[in-house]
Each structure stands twice: as C-alpha cells, then as structure tokens.
Design a protein around this ligand. Structure first.
Ligand code: BGC
Ligand code: BGC
Length: 627
C-alpha cells in the first residue's frame, strides 16, 4: 500500500506523543473519545524510535525495532484476538498485534453507530500504543460486500454477482467505497477479497467467489485489491488455496488434483493479488490432497513466499490451526514453521503467545522464522502509515451516501442475468397491471444474504438501509397513478420472487439444490404454485431468483415466460432490479458459473474436459439481452 496516499483526504486523529515527528494534527470528535489510559507518560520502544533525531528508512526502522523487541513482544505481534474476548487492558498488557471482529461481532449491539465502533477501535489502539512495545494494532473485519457488519452501511452485491458483471472498474469502485465506509469506524484491514474459484455450487461459500473460471478472477482480482489498498485499507486475498475445489463442495474439505492442475485452477488469482501488492493472504481451512493448508509449508512458504514472491504477511483462518494434529503447542509450531505469520486465535491468544516463546526456547521454531513473521507484520503496519497515524477516521458523510447507493444500484443492474424471455414478457410496463409475490419480494435481508449485520446474515425484511423490490415497484407504478394488484387473478403480469434464506460458510453447504429444498425459503413452494396457476391462466409470468448460487430449476422454468437470476444483490437490489425490469437499462450480465440441469452435472464446470455446454441448463457465459 502506498504510504500516506490517503492522508490528504482523510481526517487524521493523531495523538501528541506519537505525532511528535508530524505536523500538528486535527483532533476531531475528541469528545467521544474517553480512554482511561494515560499514554502521555509512557515510554515505549516505538516512542523512542519515533522521537530519535535520526530519520530511519523503512527497513532500518523495522530492523531497529525488531532488534530491541523481547521474544514475548514478538510473539504477541503474531497474534490476533477476537474483540469480544479481549479488553483494552489485556491489549496493553500483552501488546497484541491485531484484533478482529468476527462475523457480527459488534462493539455492543447490532445497530451500533460509527462513533461506537470508532470508540472501540480507538480504545484498543490507545492501549496498544501504551504497551511496552507501543506498536499499533491492525484491526481486521470481514468487509466482504460493503462494510457489512456495520448497521447502516451500503450493502453491495456478493462477489458472485460481481463475477456476472465482470466489470473491473466497478469492482475497483466497490472496494474503494467499502474502504471509505470501513474508515468511518477507523478500521483499516478487510478480510477480502475471496479469490475462491468455485467448482461445486453445493458449497455454502459459492457466492463469495466471482466465478468457477480463473479467467474472470484474473480480470477482477487486481481491481478488487487496489480499490482497498489505494484508499487506506489493507486487503486479504483468501483463502489460500483451493478453497473452492473441495470434493463435493464440502466447506473446509479436501481439494484433490495434480500439482499442475491445482496451480492452473486455484493458484492463478494469487499471482494477480501479489502483483497488485496485496498486504495479507489468509490460509484456507481446506486440505490439499489430504494435507491441511494451515500446516503445509510447501505451499505457504516455498510456493507463495519464495517462488511467487509474496512480501506481505500470511494470517491463519479463525481457529484454523486447531485443525492440525497434535496438542496446541504442536499446532502452533506446525503453522508457524509452515509459514503462517499471524495466528487468528480468537480466544486462545494469551496461551498461544506463551507457547510461541516456549517453542522458541525449545528450538522448535527458529528465531529467524519469528523475525521474518514479525518483520512482515511490522512492514504492513509501517506501509499503512500506522506508526505515524495510528488513528484514522473518515466522517459519516461517506456512510451510505448517494454515490455509494448509486454505485451499488449500478452493480445490481450489471449483475443480473436474463435466463429466459419469451412472449415479450419483459420489460415491464411502468403503468402495467402487476401482481408481485414470493418470499424475496419484500425482504432486504434476503437480498443481502450471509455476512450482513451478522455472520449468518440478517433475516429481517428491513436491515436499516435499502429498498425492497416491492417498495421500488410501488414507487414506479405510482408515478403513473397505478398500484400493485392485490391478487394474481386481477393482474396481467405476475412477478414471482423466489429466494434462498441467508447463510454463510458450512451452514450453506447443501445437497438438496432444488427451488424448494435445502437453503431455499419454505415459501418458495407456494410462490411456485402461483406461477403455475398464473401461467395456466395465460398471464405473463416473470420469475426472479434471489440466491447465492444456481439452483436446479427442474420443470419449473416452464411456468415462467421470463426468468432472471439476481444473485444476492444487496441493499439496493430493489432499485437495481427495477431499473432493468422496467427497461430503463438492458441486461448485460452473463453467467460466471455454469447453471447445471441436474444433480449429475453439479461439479462439472467450464474448466473441465468433460464440459459439454449442451448438457447444461445454461452454459458458462450465457445471458440474454433485450436488444
Ligand atoms: C472465515 C473467514 C473469515 C474469518 C473471520 C472464518 O471462519 O473462513 O473467511 O475471514 O472467519 O471472520
Ligand atoms: C464468527 C465468524 C467465523 C465463524 C467461524 C463465527 O462465530 O463470527 O467470524 O467465521 O465463527 O466458524
């Protein structure tokens, strides 16, 4: 990341002690910031370095710091704790390197405002700066489709929709907007983008990946990363590697293949990520040919670091090292020796710090490995500018502002894929006689999917931002004095919005892939009956599917004149869908995932030799337009 790039546009809040080498700072919102820590009197390693009259280069700074750190201080830099499990006092005491908010881990409540978030980050930062080392923390969060843990943030389409749009500029702008919304809370590290090249849509994380085909990843990856890193936020390429290739799409499962196949399919986007200068890479839960990635030194050290030249740091996944064999100490030793630099140990961080020190004393981990790991972590912190400006924040004018709403709405328009359009059933007339039904018709939470407000998503119809499809249709019709019909019988056109229910990770793993089974809304069945009845009565029947992946449409497609895959469009789904359905814009999205026709075809994708587009329901690359 380019140091200081953002400072011109950012509100910088720096403290006197840390900023002695800086010009005077703007202290904004000091009234909201109460910290019990008296850091003005602290003498820390970093404060000594920062006030020394010598001007140090980056590498001198890091080397000098490293040479003065104790083993305990180094080990602590290698740990990341979950916020719910650590207090500022512990941060000060341990000098921990990083803190995260897991999915839905809010400071107090789901609807905390940006001041509350920032106060929390500030308190941890103040505590870290007043530890004996005085090294700032990096605060990380899963901002995977907007700053999605923050109530009131713009929710962008999940990556599956962005893969359908396949628009690199759009992806850059979304990362930038997400970075801005993160910075309203002072958080500077996102666990995104996922670079999962997904081969089996039964996987619950399918929607986190752009595509089944590496070519789309290669088109989008650099933009996704630069949009964050050119705008003040460190990105994470994840999950390294092969997460999308597990047998039968089982989350955290085993990915099998020859080395050259695995490289071509799953390693490809990581070359782009490294070229873009990605600051961090997260190791995947999955195994490669039976060996857990968290302990796989060949891939993490030899390939990723030595061969591919990754210079940032590698972070483990949530409790990921616990899946390695042996006792906890063995697990820590295996992961660090394999090349993991920072351990995401939400709860066991304090024990882990002690065990690292112990393992070094026992000569189980070479000190050079520790210095390499800590050096990489300090480098990212340094290049982010944290040593000079540990407190950064943007004002609330960046939160869910008109630009971000417009951008999200554009993303929805571009991500929609028109699968079927017969009898001129689309576009809809703005003064038409329309009946709207189905579980997705009036539910913004469903449109957002998992990783929204909470880890498993927000199942409320109203998530505090956005407009539902129903709200949007109602507004459009009312402009011509119309309103939605109250029964399908009384309408000319029947629009049926089918939906999956929100899920994330393994909770979304699914063997029943029909419109009425698995993670699908139980209300889909009744909605499909309306479609069938309306079709039999010769109505114009339009289907919209809100889902994290293609589902088996079976014969249901016959009940629709037209059918639109809307993926997980996010908070602006209502308006974005209306823009295209009412004909103000044309469809441009094309399938970045094959749409299977049957169970037997799930897992056969456009990268396979056995792939036959004629046997699919809709092949990779498919998508209709009006024109
Ligand atoms: C997920 C990661 C995520 C991490 C932190 C893990 O369970 O696999 O994608 O970044 O949790 O929430
Ligand atoms: C956390 C997520 C994490 C998941 C892993 C949840 O409790 O909130 O961030 O990814 O656990 O299983």
């Amino acid at each position: 990341m380019k140091k200081h790039l953002l400072l011109v546009v950012m509100v910088i809040i720096s403290m006197a002690m840390i900023s002695c080498t800086q010009s005077s700072t703007t202290l904004e919102e000091t009234t909201t910031l109460n910290t019990t820590v008296d850091y003005t009197s602290m003498t820390t390693l970093t404060s000594t370095l920062m006030t020394s009259s010598e001007v140090l280069t980056e590498s001198d700074f890091i080397e000098t710091l490293l040479s003065q750190m104790t083993m305990q201080q180094k080990a602590a830099q290698m740990l990341q704790a979950e916020r719910a499990a650590i207090t500022p006092e512990q941060v000060q005491d341990l000098g921990i390197g990083s803190i995260l908010s897991g999915g839905g881990s809010h400071p107090n409540a789901y609807d905390d405002d940006t001041d509350t978030w920032y106060q929390m980050v500030y308190d941890y930062q103040a505590a870290a700066l007043s530890s004996t080392a005085g090294i700032p923390i990096l605060y990380g969060i899963d901002a995977v489709h907007g700053n999605n843990n923050l109530y009131g943030a713009t929710i962008f389409p999940h990556n599956i929709g962005l893969g359908m749009a396949n628009d690199a500029d759009l992806v850059y702008d979304i990362s930038k907007a997400t970075a801005e919304e993160m910075l309203t809370t002072g958080i500077t590290w996102t666990f995104a983008p996922a670079l999962s090249v997904v081969q089996d849509v039964r996987w619950g994380r399918t929607y986190e990946g752009y595509s089944e085909n590496p070519e789309i990843h290669e088109h989008l990856t650099q933009s996704a990363i630069l949009g964050f890193e050119e705008n003040g936020v460190s990105a994470t390429a994840k999950h390294f590697f092969g997460d999308g290739g597990t047998t039968d799409g089982i989350d955290q499962g085993n990915t099998m293949g020859t080395e050259s196949d695995l490289r071509a399919l799953f390693l490809a986007p990581y070359y782009d990520a490294i070229e873009a200068g990605v600051d961090t890479i997260m190791v995947s839960y999955n195994s490669i040919n039976g060996i857990k990635m968290h302990g796989f030194g060949y891939w993490v050290s030899d390939v990723l670091k030595d061969e591919m030249g990754f210079e940032g740091f590698v972070v483990s996944d949530w409790n990921g090292i616990h899946q390695l064999s042996g006792d906890y100490k063995n697990q820590i030793v295996s992961a660090i020796n394999a090349g993991v630099d920072m351990l995401m140990e939400p709860y066991d961080f304090a024990t882990a710090i002690d065990l690292i020190v112990e393992a070094v004393n026992d000569q189980l981990i070479p000190i050079a490995r520790i210095d390499d790991a800590v050096g990489r972590i300090l480098k990212v912190k340094y290049e982010q500018g944290l040593f000079d400006h540990p407190y950064v924040r943007l004002s609330d004018s960046y939160l869910y502002n008109q630009d971000h709403k417009d951008l999200a709405r554009q993303a929805v328009r571009e991500s929609l894929v028109l699968l079927k359009n017969e009898n001129n059933s689309l576009p809809l007339a703005k003064d038409g006689s329309i009946f709207l039904t189905g579980p997705g018709a009036d539910n913004i939470g469903y449109m957002c999917g998992g990783w929204t407000t909470y880890w498993q998503g927000n199942t409320s119809a109203d998530i505090g931002v956005g407009e539902s499809i129903k709200d949007s249709f109602t507004r459009i019709l009312s402009a011509s004095g119309e309103s939605l019909a109250t029964s399908w019988e009384s309408a000319d056109t029947v629009v049926v919005v089918l939906s999956e229910l929100p899920y994330s990770e393994g909770v979304g793993d699914n063997t029943n892939m029909t419109l009425t089974g698995g993670n699908a809304s139980p209300e889909n069945a009744a909605a499909l009956q309306v479609a069938q009845s309306a079709k039999a009565a010769d109505k114009n029947v339009v289907g919209i599917l809100i889902s994290g992946r293609p589902l088996l449409l079976e014969n249901y497609l016959d009940s629709f004149d037209s059918f639109v895959a809307a993926w997980l469009p996010g908070s602006e789904g209502g308006d974005g869908i209306s823009d295209v359905l009412f004909g103000d814009y044309d469809f441009t999205g094309t399938l970045s995932y094959t749409w299977p026709a049957s169970y037997g075809q799930i897992g056969i994708t456009s990268v396979d030799f056995a792939y036959d587009p004629d046997l699919t329901m809709f092949p990779y690359g498919y998508g209709l337009r009006y024109s």
